[in-house]
Design a protein around this ligand. Structure first.
Ligand code: GLA
Length: 732
């Protein structure tokens, strides 16, 4: 990573300042135009001189546009002659629906710190010239990651209430070019994170979730490159991701004048926020970054950012204080025992898992209430006495004696109508009077916008964690919202539930982490339905998909890796799933699951002694390579979408080793041969590939390539590449 001198400078006059935000390799520039509006000026590679960036002149002029010119407003409000997608739409108490945001003042905090790292920040205040509405735009620079964090805060400084109908976090303007390609991630249950790409036409496009949670249907991440000119290793890529776990929306607009803007934040569909006098509304953070070296670097910048600045710091497990934690190898019997968990069958599975070197044993659904299938018991969070007659303690002690930590599944935001909780509090779920309450998986969503419901969830979770020696919580969320009614809401606040639920969730999670700092969390939502930067500060990892087919996972994982660090990706080695019915070798399943945090979810009693030994060897190997896989740099060498041979590479941050995973879908007409160009090595160092001779230089491995040949269907290979010496030496 380059040295990262970062700065927020300003130039121009007091009335019309211009701000230059720089990171290691990127500059982001905007300023105040002649009419007092904020205009975006530049986003791209750092240039030589301040004057290189230009000034806040609107981008040309044209009939039927603002007389001031065609605007790339930094934070447009819906008002006057602005017809582009706004970041703000508000109605004042006298019925005026025309918001104007004009520049007022700014503050720079050059000494902001994140741990020991400098993180300068800028606050720019905009005001409505008549009504007492202030919008403060916040910018924080993450120097080494070429990333800036943006958010906005609305302040009602008037004596009347203001109805906010849209308040996005940011508008991102990419430089005017001939055209752009957009990449996004779309998915479905068991088919998350499928990469979508299309040239952006003139017009508008919306990518969003209206389901109450992030959702697998779309992920709040985007990337744009000029007309598809970038690939994994080269070309300019502008990217961003929103830190929000509820309804979110991106509006992408390409105007006929050549301006391409992606704005986004909390979804304004069915949204309204009542801003009373003296109140403020803070948006989620929208992170944006720039890569001058293709999609590969764009992902690595996001991965670094997440590991360094977003994920919780190590408090437990194998982390050391301030370092990012290493995720333990876990076992979970969900695909084997389902809801039928008992002290006996879990202990039996635990003894078998311990033989493999598993470090964390997780009990999934079924341990509580009258939970024998998915139709009853959710909400009754007391240990089922038939399955665990003496509570969880004997199980936890047994698991600890085997040398493993103990983890537990919960789904706190949900309730089955057939539960004591629902019978006592039927009003605690989202619902409308005179309308049925649509069930999915026989469950309803608890209204976490309500403070009493938050207190209930915090209360039972706190008790569970206080009374049991629990190291890990898998926090699940298995259905979208429907009938989003909140009949008891304070007047005028009914539609705030979309945001208040998410804030309630973060509040509860934050408080649980504060009270139980040694407990690690996993975010699960029927697989990867709630993976985003909003929940990331509260969880160590994500359950990527209920689909554990190791071949399908190559595709899901590729999309996931565009936006999220593999350190936080949990995938299990399981038995063949009914989903595809595909039977894959143990090695293939391990290799696929080893490309992140590793779990096992197979019936270990069906594994022969030879398979147990093979699996134990994989676990041991994985533990040795884990710092490189979880904390190293990740390279997508070959995509399963484009090549019969999928290849991924991890390089340790100190450069001493690299791991390559190869997956051949099927060979035809003989072995599949490739000369695979590796990445991220030191050109002048020499490397040993799988202990073989002769040594090969990094330059040769990256330019000439590494010869590989695989044969068969669904075969895989792991290659270990170790730097021969710290100093460049020629081999004998
Ligand atoms: C969801 C999760 C699974 C499992 C079940 C339990 O589907 O994604 O991993 O925990 O719930 O009911």
């Amino acid at each position: 990573m380059p040295d990262a001198p970062a700065a927020i400078e300003h130039s121009g006059s007091q009335e019309k300042p211009l701000w230059i935000l720089t990171t290691a390799r990127m500059a982001y520039v905007f300023g105040v135009d002649a009419h007092g509006y904020l205009q975006h000026i530049y986003w791209g590679p750092k240039l030589l001189a301040t004057t290189d960036y230009g000034d806040a002149q609107p981008f040309g002029s044209w009939g039927h546009e603002r007389p001031a010119g065609i605007s790339a407003e930094e934070f447009p409000a819906w008002g006057d002659l602005n017809f582009n997608e706004p970041c703000l739409k508000a109605t004042y108490s006298d019925g005026v629906r025309n918001a104007l945001l004009q520049y007022d003042s700014f503050e720079i905090d050059a000494n902001g710190l994140d741990g020991e790292q400098a993180r300068p920040s800028l606050a720019v205040h905009l005001r409505d010239p008549h009504y007492g509405l202030r919008a403060t735009l916040h910018y924080r620079v993450v120097p080494e990651c070429d990333i800036i964090e943006r958010s906005a805060v609305l302040h009602n400084e008037s004596d009347e209430s203001i109805r906010v109908e849209r308040i996005f976090s940011a508008a991102w303007h990419v430089p005017p070019r001939d055209g752009y390609r957009l990449k996004t991630l779309a998915g479905k249950w068991s088919g998350e994170f499928q990469v979508q790409e299309a040239i952006v036409p003139v017009g508008k496009q919306r990518i969003e979730s209206r389901r109450g949670l992030t959702g697998f249907n779309a992920s709040p991440w985007f990337a744009l490159d000029a007309n598809g000119s970038a690939d994994e290793q080269q070309g300019e890529v502008w990217f961003g991701t929103l830190a929000h776990s509820g309804n979110w929306a991106f509006a992408l607009e390409r105007t006929i004048h050549g301006q391409v803007t992606l704005s986004g934040g909390v979804n304004d569909f069915d949204f309204e926020w009542l801003l009373k006098p003296g109140e403020r509304f803070e948006t989620p953070t929208f992170v944006g970054g720039y890569s001058g070296a293709g999609y590969g670097r764009a992902s690595r910048l996001l991965h670094d950012y997440q590991r360094q600045h977003v994920l919780p710091r190590a408090q437990n497990g194998s982390g050391n204080g301030d370092a990012p934690a290493l995720r333990p190898v876990l076992y979970n019997s969900w695909y084997v025992t389902g809801f039928d968990v008992t002290l006996e069958n879990q202990m039996r599975a635990a003894r078998r898992a311990a033989e493999l070197g598993v470090e964390l044993f997780v009990v999934d659904d079924g341990w509580f209430g009258r939970r024998n299938d998915d139709r009853a018991g959710l909400g009754d969070w007391h240990v089922n006495p038939e399955k665990f007659p003496r509570g969880l303690a004997p199980l936890i002690e047994g698991i600890n004696e085997l040398g493993m930590g103990f983890g537990l599944w919960v789904e706190p935001e949900m309730v089955n109508p057939d539960s004591d909780l629902y019978r006592a509090h039927p009003d605690w779920v989202y619902h409308f009077p005179n309308r049925p309450r649509s069930e999915l998986r026989s469950q309803l969503v608890l209204n976490l916008a309500r403070e009493d419901v938050q207190a209930f969830v915090l209360g039972f979770m706190d008790e569970l964690l206080s009374e049991n020696k629990i190291d890990f919580i898998k926090w699940d969320m298995n259905r979208p919202f429907s009938e989003p009614g909140w009949p008891d809401a304070p007047s005028g606040r009914e539609r705030e539930l979309w945001v208040r639920h998410v804030r309630g969730l973060y509040r509860v999670l934050g408080e649980l982490r504060r009270r139980h700092p040694a407990v690690a969390f996993e975010s699960c939502a029927s697989g990867g339905g709630r993976i985003d930067l909003g929940i990331m500060p509260f969880v160590e990892q994500f359950w990527m998909s209920d689909n554990t087919d190791a071949f399908d996972d190559l595709f899901i994982q590729e999309g996931y890796s565009m936006a999220f660090t593999l350190a936080a990706k949990m995938a299990w080695v399981t038995d063949p799933l009914a989903l595809n019915g595909r039977v894959l070798s143990l090695a293939y399943r391990f290799h696929s699951a080893m490309t992140g945090a590793l779990g096992i979810g197979a019936n270990l009693f069906h594994w022969t002694d030879a398979e147990m030994a093979e699996a134990a060897a994989f676990v041991e190997r994985y533990k040795a390579l884990r710092p490189t896989i979880q904390l190293g740099d990740f390279y997508r060498l070959r995509s399963p979408r484009h090549s019969p041979l999928a290849a991924q590479q991890f390089v340790h941050k100190d450069g001493h080793e690299s791991v390559v995973f190869l997956f051949l879908h099927a060979s035809t007409f003989g072995p599949y041969r490739a000369r695979l160009q590796l990445q991220g090595l030191e050109p002048d160092a020499f490397y040993r590939v799988d202990n073989s001779e002769p040594l090969i230089s990094g330059r040769a491995l990256m330019r000439r390539g590494l010869d590989v040949a695989l044969k068969g269907d669904f075969v895989s290979q792991m290659m270990h590449i170790v730097r021969a010496d710290d100093s460049p030496i020629a081999p004998d």
